[in-house]
Design a protein around this ligand. Structure first.
Ligand SMILES: CC(C)(COP(=O)(O)OP(=O)(O)OC[C@H]1O[C@@H](n2cnc3c(N)ncnc32)[C@H](O)[C@@H]1OP(=O)(O)O)[C@@H](O)C(=O)NCCC(=O)NCCS
Length: 197
């Protein structure tokens, strides 16, 4: 695992105290940076971004900050990253492993690209692969899963490209845009991931 240069905020042309924790080709995954909390707030409230992330209650800047601060306390069950676009030198979303069960060694993987112009550029597969490597090879997880809502065709396709395997369909599990839709569960196991590399 290499940890190299600082992430730079070219707009303000200054180093903003966040280093790439996981390095990819298109994006790096950096620690959450509270200087970008206004962006996190924007993404969390944007109807196009939040629809399949199920942020159904609006949240303001103070609530986002407070939530992020709380993540540092107690036993970690959530590892959150900022997705940093290497060429464009800016944050474009968040991703992480949530609901980590340390005894059972499993976790939920999520990717939220907050800037829609970056959708369809193979970024979620790259982010997911970084998170899966991290989850299996650093956190020693046994199983990583995702839950995708049936209308979210982009996520379904991305899960397929990453190599997630179908596990189950939870019928009419989620209420989205006026109708009950299925949640489709996919998972990947450490032994399968490592042997496929
Ligand atoms: C969903 C999301 C994570 C996908 O990330 P991404 O980086 O855009 O994923 P990809 O680049 O692999 O592109 C999606 C794939 O779906 C395909 N796709 C897009 N719309 C589609 C549709 N309506 N039907 C079928 N396939 C579709 C694309 O063609 C692409 O596949 P391809 O590479 O084989 O051409 C991203 O769009 C996002 O963050 N959205 C907002 C938040 C969100 O919904 N998060 C997920 C919650 S589970």
């Amino acid at each position: 695992m290499k940890i190299k240069k600082n992430c730079k905020d070219m707009k303000e042309n200054k180093v903003i105290n966040s280093v790439p924790f996981l390095e990819g080709n298109i994006v790096d995954l950096c620690s959450i940076n509270l200087e970008h909390v206004n962006l996190y707030n924007k993404w969390g409230n944007d109807p196009n971004v939040r629809i399949y992330s199920r942020n159904v209650i609006p949240w303001n800047l103070e609530e986002v900050k407070k939530w992020l601060e709380q993540q540092k306390e107690g036993i970690k069950t959530n590892v959150i990253f900022e997705i940093w676009h290497r060429n464009d030198k800016k944050p474009i979303g968040t991703a992480g492993l949530s609901d980590i069960k340390w005894f059972n060694r499993n976790a939920n993987l999520y990717v939220d690209i907050g800037e829609p112009e970056y959708w369809g550029h193979n970024i979620a597969p790259e982010v997911s692969k970084l998170l899966i490597d991290y989850g299996f090879e650093e956190l020693n997880l046994h199983k990583i899963y995702v839950g995708i809502y049936s209308p979210n065709k982009r996520s379904l396709r991305a899960a397929e490209k990453i190599g997630f395997k179908y596990e189950a369909t939870l019928r009419e599990q989620i209420y989205i845009a006026g109708e009950y839709v299925d949640e489709i569960k996919f998972a990947i196991f450490k032994k399968d991931w490592l042997s496929s590399k």
